[in-house]
Design a protein. Structure first.
Length: 255
């Protein structure tokens, strides 16, 4: 409770300083002010524009998140278990991981056009590498002694995967998924900024094109809220898939 009070005091103080300083200590045209941003956000909400554009961005982000996350996790497990192929592809994977994925957006526009599919593919590409790298690292870190014991007991590869590898790597997978949430939205929004006539990225670009600073901030607030909701959804799914971890965290909090 004390921590939440401190947070509220910090945020409230910052907003009060922003509101009071806008137009006096700094130029209100460039910084706007919280009351104007709240009014703009309310207008977007009442008009239905926010729901319309947010629904499109959510669709693109979720589709890319699910596709990129599932393929990244599966590829990480497969390459992590195949040492020869994994070592052969290591430098290639590192090159593609080091490449800023946003730089691929103009190329994706040429390849896939400007429709929703391009944003989904761009988002899936960004999410894929984050989830893949975490999963691959987790699989390579599984205790070789446990695997050796399983093999001595006559276990097949499917048994090793189900009994040792997947239970050990599931935490790594969810870490990658949680890291990917903001990047999924970044992929969708960047795609919309480059080529779109709908979505939160378009709304952001349109407000900036009209020099509507309050509109830009209002759209950013909507993106932040969307990111928080998606993060909560991933955490709820994690608790559903790993109830033992939630119980352990609850015991630690009670100590």
């Amino acid at each position: 409770m004390k921590i939440w009070i401190i947070r509220l005091v910090i945020v409230g103080g910052f907003l009060a300083f922003w509101e009071g300083g806008s137009g006096t200590l700094f130029d209100g045209y460039f910084a706007s002010k919280p009351s104007a941003i709240a009014e703009e956000f309310w207008q977007l909400l009442v008009s239905g524009k926010l729901f319309y554009h947010a629904a499109i961005t959510i669709t693109e982000a979720l589709a890319g998140f699910v596709c990129g996350g599932s393929v990244g996790a599966a590829t990480g497990v497969l390459l992590g278990r195949n040492e020869t192929i994994g070592k052969a592809l290591d430098p290639i994977i590192l090159v593609f991981y080091s490449l800023p994925k946003i730089a691929l957006a103009p190329l994706f526009v040429i390849w896939f056009g400007i429709d929703v599919e391009m944003k989904i593919i761009l988002t899936a590409t960004i999410v894929f590498f984050l989830v893949f790298l975490n999963t691959y690292t987790g699989v390579r870190g599984v205790s070789p002694e446990l695997i050796a014991i399983m093999k001595l007991m006559g276990a097949r590869e499917s048994h090793i995967l189900g009994k040792v590898v997947l239970p050990s790597v599931v935490t790594w997978i969810f870490t990658g998924l949680k890291l990917s949430v903001p990047y999924a939205l970044i992929g969708a929004i960047v795609g919309e900024l480059i080529a779109a006539n709908r979505g939160l990225g378009y709304l952001l670009s349109n407000a900036a094109g009209q020099f509507n600073t309050a509109g830009v901030f209002a759209t950013i607030v909507a993106i932040v809220i969307l990111t928080i909701l998606l993060n909560l959804a991933v955490r709820l799914f994690e608790r559903r898939m790993m109830p033992w971890q939630a119980e352990q965290q609850g015991r630690e909090m009670s100590i």
